[in-house]
Design a protein around this ligand. Structure first.
Ligand code: ADP
Ligand code: ZN
Length: 613
């Protein structure tokens, strides 16, 4: 329970208690005495009764108090004596049969304290600032940075050249919307920045606004999701309204995953609030006309958990990878951050960059700051290499605690693993082209990765291509096996991928000689109905199942052997590539090809080319 909720509960308890108290005081003032009938008769006899109203079984009225004086006491009593009117006449008392209504008085006794409380509440929340509370519940917490105080430009963001280039288009659009509408080009609407924390996603968005000179609305996804259902949705509506009024502008949502997690998940009671907020966001995104000049930007480090609806065309359909910097990038970021720091001549930024693999931009900013603080503490005029060395150690210690760095030995394994994938891919016909190889740690699952993008959308794949893909997926493990004589757990995902392809070949595509050209795939459909306890129906015998497993295993074994053979033969390329990768942390597929050519190997043909080649 957060602070605000706790506060509200106490507030309600207090308010309730106080209302009861005030209500009590008011009714006390108008106290009606309950009189025994005999006392009433006595009062009647002594002539103290002034006024009466009588119904079937109750008597209300006013009487003088026994002590005398002008003050009249109200009373009620239960009527017992049916012959009352005779007695009344005897004493000459004015009486009616109507009851004076107490409704108004009762109402008053509730309304006054409630009004009083609303007043006090209002007063306090006004004083606490209009940010939170009763009257501003649906209003927004979005910080609006206007262009004046947003003096961030692309020059302040080091590295990330590809991201900046893509964002230039957004800048162009915000600056010259007419140009875009005239040509009728597709206008950007939602841009999703994907990358680990501290890599400069927020900074990039601010710089985009700064470059275009437009207002910048910034809000965190977690701020949308509040205690009351429906509040987040109101916030979203309000935010878009504000933004439209200030268009052209940029809305930036940090931590989009906090609010954009896939709907319909488990959880008791559901997550109504988040779902409503997300739905409202989708509605607003669909509703606004891009020519209005409102650009939505968002950041996340977990794109995989986002609701698919958010990523559909017309929403966040443009994705920009904001990765951790490589060595060169780190040097550039350091250069940006030392602008206001006096450096001693012995500081070498390239060296510091080499010492800090796995650091994100924020870690580097932190590093410079630490070094400067150390220098101040030592009464130095400038920051020297010594301080930087020490700061590096401190920051590394902090990051290691958070488990965000990998050590030297792991780096070596990862480098060989990744070059293994790439080299097998480049050596076998029909595998996907290799674009980039990196050992920069990203996220939790993959330590490094080899980016292989299919050249074009493919509908057909030959048996050869599928086999090459399996070999490529197993290439990482094969390289570890050859070089280290042992394999790591890093290959987990690779095995799953390779096995998937092999199973498909056997069961779906009838590509296995032994089992023949038979379609055996029926499990996949059954998986939709995968209720625990409900056995999956299989349309083939136990014997066939065993044969399938056998065939899959054989394909995997063969391809693994092949991958190992390739890597053994081209060991020199593997070593050189891994060395280069360790040094630069990120290399292009092209660069590995160059190394291959240097050793006298030609890269194998890609895609369907191998059929004609
Ligand atoms: P994210 O939004 O990705 O978590 P931020 O944009 O908040 O990261 O970055 C935090 C800080 O790290 C920035 O204020 C900046 O000082 C520093 N930083 C991160 N990336 C860079 C970069 N590429 N160039 C310069 N500084 C950076
Ligand atoms: Zn791998």
């Amino acid at each position: 329970m957060n602070k605000q909720t706790k506060f509200s509960i106490w507030y309600i308890i207090l308010a309730f208690w106080a209302i009861m108290l005030i209500q009590n005081v008011i009714t006390q003032a108008y106290k009606v005495q309950h009189l025994p009938y005999s006392d009433f008769l006595a009062a009647l006899d002594s002539g103290r009764i002034v006024e009466l109203a009588i119904t079937q079984n109750r008597i209300q009225g006013k009487m003088k108090t026994p002590e005398g004086g002008d003050k009249l006491q109200e009373f009620t009593t239960v009527r017992v004596d049916p012959e009352l009117s005779d007695k009344l006449e005897k004493h000459n008392i004015k009486f009616t049969g109507v009851i004076e209504s107490t409704f108004f008085r009762d109402l008053l006794s509730w309304i006054v304290p409630i009004l009083l409380f609303m007043g006090v509440w209002y007063y306090f929340f006004r004083r606490m600032g209009a940010q939170q509370g009763f009257l501003s519940l649906g209003k927004n917490k979005a910080k609006v940075y206007m262009m004046e105080d947003l003096n961030v430009s692309f020059n302040d963001v080091a590295g990330l050249d590809e991201a900046k280039e893509e964002l230039m288009e957004v800048v162009e659009f915000l600056k010259y919307p007419d140009k875009f509408t005239r040509i009728g080009g597709r206008l950007p609407r939602g841009v999703l920045l994907v990358g680990p924390p501290g890599t400069g996603k927020t900074m990039l968005s601010k710089a985009t606004a700064g470059e275009s000179g437009v207002p910048f609305f910034s809000l965190s996804g977690s701020e949308f999701v509040e205690m009351f259902v429906g509040l987040g949705a109101a916030r979203v509506r309000d935010l878009f309204q504000q933004a439209k009024a200030k268009a052209p502008c940029i809305i930036f949502i940090d931590e989009l995953d906090a609010l954009g997690r896939a709907r319909g998940g488990v959880g008791i009671g559901g997550h109504d609030e988040r779902e409503q907020t997300l739905n409202q966001l989708l509605v607003e995104m669909d509703g606004f006309d891009p020519t209005q000049g409102v650009i939505l930007m968002a950041a996340t480090n977990r794109p995989e958990i986002l609701d698919p609806a958010l990523l559909r065309p017309g929403r966040f359909d443009r994705h920009i990878l904001v990765d951790k910097p490589d060595k060169k990038g780190r040097e550039e970021i350091l250069r940006v951050h030392i602008r206001d720091v006096k450096l001693a001549p012995d500081v070498n930024l390239a060296n510091i960059a080499a010492m800090t693999p796995g650091f994100a931009g924020a870690d580097l900013a932190n590093l410079v700051n630490e070094a400067a603080l150390l220098a101040v503490r030592r009464n130095k005029e400038t920051v020297s290499n010594e301080e930087f060395q020490e700061a590096v150690e401190r920051v590394i210690a902090g990051l290691e605690k958070k488990n965000r760095l990998i050590n030297e030995q792991e780096r070596r394994i990862v480098a060989y693993h990744e070059v293994g994938h790439a080299l097998v891919g480049l050596s076998l016909p029909g595998a996907d082209p290799v674009q980039k190889i990196t050992i920069i740690p990203r996220g939790i699952s993959a330590l490094g990765y080899t980016l292989n993008v299919p050249t074009e959308e493919r509908y057909l794949m030959t048996r050869q291509e599928l086999l090459s893909r399996i070999a490529m997926a197993l290439g990482g493990r094969a390289a570890e096996d050859i070089v280290m004589g042992d394999v790591s757990t890093g290959a987990h995902n690779d095995l799953a991928k390779a096995t998937d392809i092999a199973r498909g070949m056997v069961k779906e595509y009838g590509m296995d000689e032994g089992l023949g050209r038979v379609y055996l795939e029926s499990e996949r459909r059954a998986q939709f109905l995968n209720v625990p306890g409900l056995a999956q129906e299989r349309q083939y015998s136990e014997q066939t199942a065993r044969e399938i497993d056998e065939a899959v295993r054989k394909i995997m074994e063969d391809q693994y052997t092949l991958a190992k053979a390739v890597l053994r033969e081209r060991r020199a390329v593997l070593d050189e590539g891994a060395q280069m990768l360790l040094e630069k942390e990120k290399i292009e597929g092209r660069e590995l090809e160059e190394i291959m050519k240097g050793h006298g190997y030609t890269p194998a043909p890609r895609g369907l080319d191998h059929l004609t080649a």
